[in-house]
Design a protein around this ligand. Structure first.
Ligand code: NA7
Length: 546
């Protein structure tokens, strides 16, 4: 089947990209989706307690103010089922379903240079040909199940949180082992503990977490959102991480200790990701970060009654928010329950899975169920799972062997007309994702529209611009504490053999948007087109500098 644009994925990004190309540019666009429903992340991540850490009034599309005003979120943070209902509503409201093929996994895509088309293969055997290929596959969608010896011998059941069974898992009367204490493990531990006979949490790296303070939304707040759509959007667009709040313009180190403590206490009570916005220097100054880290560690020791457990949970070896900062509902309180135990894998690592359970270096833990909350092959995994072949037989695996290389996180040299939504090298996972997604989709749509107006049929980034952008991404990371954590998945450290390179653009969403806007306004310097352009680009690549 021949289309103008093929979109891989029908989550937040794929659906919006479909809408923009089809309804605004009048293109024949089609989205292919492996699942049997739309929703992407929110289709797959159905584990107990699955909830978004962004506040619901900001975790939605803003391209249509009527949509924002119509949809009523029920809680401060939207749960998985509610987000999935929202995305299904969007699919219906904009009549997207006729142009989405479900249960169709893209397995391979090859660029045919003479024809200037992407030839796409799927697991259904259907083949497609498209001028543009848009990978809207998600940065956190390729599940990472650690290769622990003996796992196939386990006599119980095991699950990865990102591939959770639709029928749910009944923990009643079961001995459950939970591996992983990232955002996901921290969300699901308290919920599993409520129904399991016993929950054993296997912690490799102790983690910070801020109380979410989730609560039902009242009518007054909903009314506020309906009346302030534009203002909320403006704040999200001006903010570093695409959230509906700005960083306070004060320094943690310059604030007197008593005052600082009062600010942290207020932020702790308010809850959520807003905590890290209490001061402007937490992510750029180790001394400032130490004040936040010390405050949170003291709260952990206050909440957790058993001093030995409190010590393991608060023995955190990295700066606050230099790994993705989780937020929780009674996570640390869970360790006060009689049916919960904590295993410190730093003291005694997992050696193997045996039929009865998990064996660490010093004990055997009998289990009926193992839950892997072990994260994802983040940012590159889902792109690399597809056998993508660009010009001259160059595969994406080869092109990214030493780490992802692209321009603006959007386009890879040697892969004309391929766009990667929230790809590595863009703010992506450091941003409230719908904000990052709308910005990328709009940029891609505008770029294609610009090409069509000028009779161009092919675009790809110049090598020189890619080098410049990689340097910009590295410089943005180096200006923060983020690359200082050797075991961070931002660096690819959670997947054995993955190149260690800081992947997301850490210069902030607002600055990134300005760079992308500037590139477009200047006539796309750093990108090479196949037709003479009316607009003359200024100095090539200049907009891509930090
Ligand atoms: P994360 O943030 O990657 O967390 C995974 C957790 O699993 C983390 O605590 C890891 O410890 C742990 N882990 C991973 N592999 C192992 C092995 N082999 N043994 C023991 N422990 C292990 O994934 P999440 O799903 O929590 O969150 C990902 C994103 O999804 C999050 O940012 C939100 O945006 C939603 P480590 O820290 O690597 O030592």
């Amino acid at each position: 089947m021949q289309v103008d644009a093929l979109i891989v994925g029908a989550g937040f990004s794929g659906m919006y990209q479909l809408l923009r190309l089809r309804d605004h540019l009048g293109m024949k666009a089609l989205a292919l989706e492996a699942a049997d429903g739309v929703g992407g992340t929110w289709y797959w991540n159905r584990y107990p307690g699955a909830r978004c850490d962004s506040e619901s009034h900001s975790y939605q599309y803003f391209f249509d103010e009527d949509l924002v005003r119509e949809w009523q979120w029920s809680e401060r943070y939207p749960g998985q089922a509610e987000i999935l209902r929202y995305l299904n509503h969007v699919a219906d409201r904009y009549a997207l379903r006729p142009d989405i093929r479900l249960k169709t996994r893209v397995t391979a895509a090859r660029y045919d240079e003479p024809a200037n088309r992407w030839l796409v293969e799927t697991d259904t055997g259907e083949r497609y040909s498209a001028q543009f290929l848009i990978a809207a596959v998600g940065g956190l969608s390729a599940a990472n199940v650690p290769d622990i010896p003996g796992l196939p011998s386990f006599s119980g059941r095991w699950y990865h949180t990102g591939e959770w069974p639709h029928e749910g898992v009944d923990f009643t009367g079961k001995r459950v082992g939970l591996i992983g204490t990232g955002s996901t493990g921290i969300q699901c531990a308290p919920v599993i503990a409520q129904s399991a006979a016993h929950l054993t949490v296997f912690q490799r790296t102790a983690n910070y977490s801020i109380p979410a303070r989730n609560a039902p939304l009242d009518d007054a707040f909903r009314q506020y959102v309906r009346e302030h759509v534009d203002e909320i959007r403006k704040v999200m667009h001006a903010s570093t991480n695409g959230h509906p709040f700005l960083f306070a313009d004060r320094s943690a180190t310059a604030t007197p200790p008593d005052e600082r403590d009062a600010i942290y206490r207020a932020a702790w009570e308010k809850g959520g990701l807003r905590f890290r916005a209490a001061f402007k220097d937490l992510l750029v100054d180790q001394a400032a970060n130490d004040t936040a880290a010390g405050f949170i560690k003291a709260r952990i020791r206050e909440v957790v009654k058993d001093p030995a457990r409190a010590a393991i949970l608060s023995d955190i070896d990295h700066p606050f928010a230099a790994k993705r900062p989780p937020i929780d509902t009674e996570y640390f309180e869970t360790f006060n329950r009689d049916n919960v135990s904590l295993v410190d894998l730093r003291a005694a690592p997992i050696v193997e899975v045996v039929p009865e359970g998990i064996r660490t270096a010093d004990a055997l833990y009998p289990l009926d169920i193992i839950v892997f909350a072990t994260g994802f092959d983040a940012m590159t995994g889902a792109f690399l799972k597809i056998a993508i072949e660009g010009r001259d037989g160059l595969t994406l695996q080869q092109a990214w062997r030493a780490g992802p290389r692209n321009c603006l996180g959007l386009q890879v040299p040697g892969f004309p007309n391929l766009f990667t939504i929230t790809g590595p090298g863009s703010p992506s996972v450091l941003c409230n994702l719908p904000v990052a997604i709308e910005q990328h989709v709009d940029w891609v749509t505008d770029c294609i529209a610009w090409m069509r107006e000028r009779g161009a049929t092919r675009v790809e980034p110049a090598e020189e611009a890619v080098e410049q952008w990689l340097a910009t991404v590295q410089a943005a990371a180096d200006a923060t504490l983020l690359p200082s954590v050797p075991h961070s998945w931002y660096l690819g450290a959670n997947v054995p053999g993955k190149p260690r390179i800081f992947m997301p653009y850490a210069g902030g969403m607002a600055r990134y948007r300005a760079i992308c806007d500037d590139v477009a306004a200047q006539g796309y310097p750093g990108f090479v087109f196949d037709a003479p352009m009316r607009a003359t680009p200024r100095e090539t690549g200049s907009a891509l500098e930090a």
